[in-house]
Design a protein. Structure first.
Length: 309
């Protein structure tokens, strides 16, 4: 069985793009399941799948986060990864779907868990907002705050990978004024765009943003329940662009050299283990010294320093 990918809310489980993508597991919060039930639920998942990778967004209630850590501690297992991924809700759901796609590939559980940080860098996430007066996820100027009180004001906000804010014309189309110029910068690679409507009536995302970003497809999904809180307004249309092709995702992850975690022994890519959170071990002293001398001398004989992945 593939590694289990888990979420804490059913609205973070987007429809599978094909029949090969397995569903995500929805872990019940403390209000729906007591501790004994949570232990039994998780034990059954580990017995069936071997390893469990759970995405833990920062907006979760503290009681839910404590429950996840308590279950892992009581079970005394290193087969549960709790991934703290800080993306907007719809983008988080897209990342979860990508992990589900990778779970049926020949990657080890450690690589799948640590791939989440890599894949998140390739997600462009934002929203069309009717107000930025209370928005604290993206820097907002005083001028933008003031204009947020104007009737029919709309703002195109990119939260990830680079914050960007643009004030659109009153209709959500046409002229841009004040907070930025042009549309939010889009991805320079092939993506699909997913959007979800809140209490803002606008076709701007599908009619203008999608063609400008040259996406290969557009899909609408229900708005995650936590999106209004994350964006500080219910007047929004959330959007996120991500790589849809599992073959491209596979190549992206496979292109990164894997290491063995010096703490738990699982495979990892990047600079931190997804299961035990141990950082990548430092290179041997001789190798580290060569890199240091090369960096300061400008010599390339030892090759470039290994990039942070």
């Amino acid at each position: 069985m593939p590694t289990a990918i888990a979420v804490t809310s059913a609205d973070l489980v987007l429809p599978a793009p094909d029949r090969h993508t397995p569903p995500a597991v929805v872990l019940h919060p403390p209000g729906q399941l007591d501790l004994a039930g949570a232990l039994a639920e998780t034990s059954a998942l580990l017995e069936r799948h071997g390893h469990l990778v759970a995405v833990v967004p920062p907006w979760l209630p503290a009681a839910t986060v404590r429950r996840l850590h308590t279950v892992r501690a009581i079970l005394e297992t290193d087969r549960i990864a709790l991934l703290g991924i800080d993306l907007p809700p719809l983008a988080t759901a897209l990342l979860v779907r990508q992990l589900r796609q990778l779970s049926v590939c020949d990657f080890s559980p450690g690589v799948i868990a640590s791939a989440a940080r890599l894949l998140s860098h390739y997600i462009h996430a934002g929203a069309l907002l009717g107000s930025v007066a209370k928005l604290d996820r993206v820097p907002v100027s005083l001028k933008a705050h003031a204009r947020s009180w104007s009737p029919n004001a709309q703002f195109a906000v990119l939260a990830h990978p680079t914050p960007h804010l643009v004030r659109l014309g009153g209709s959500g189309r046409g002229g841009v004024h004040g907070a930025g110029t042009g549309l939010p910068p889009g991805p320079g690679f092939a993506t699909h765009l997913t959007f979800a409507r809140g209490q803002l009536a606008s076709d701007w995302v599908a009619a203008e943003l999608a063609p400008a970003w040259r996406v290969q497809g557009v899909m609408e999904n229900p708005l995650p329940a936590d999106s209004p809180l994350w964006w500080a307004t219910a007047k929004l249309v959330e959007f996120a662009a991500a790589i849809p092709d599992p073959a491209v995702l596979y190549q992206l992850v496979a292109s990164v050299r894997s290491e063995e975690c010096h703490w738990c022994g699982l495979e990892l890519i990047g600079d931190r283990c997804g299961f035990c959170s141990a950082p990548l071990a430092a290179p041997p002293p001789v190798e580290r010294a060569v890199r240091t001398v090369s960096a300061f001398s400008g010599s390339t004989s030892a090759g470039p320093p290994r990039p942070i992945r």
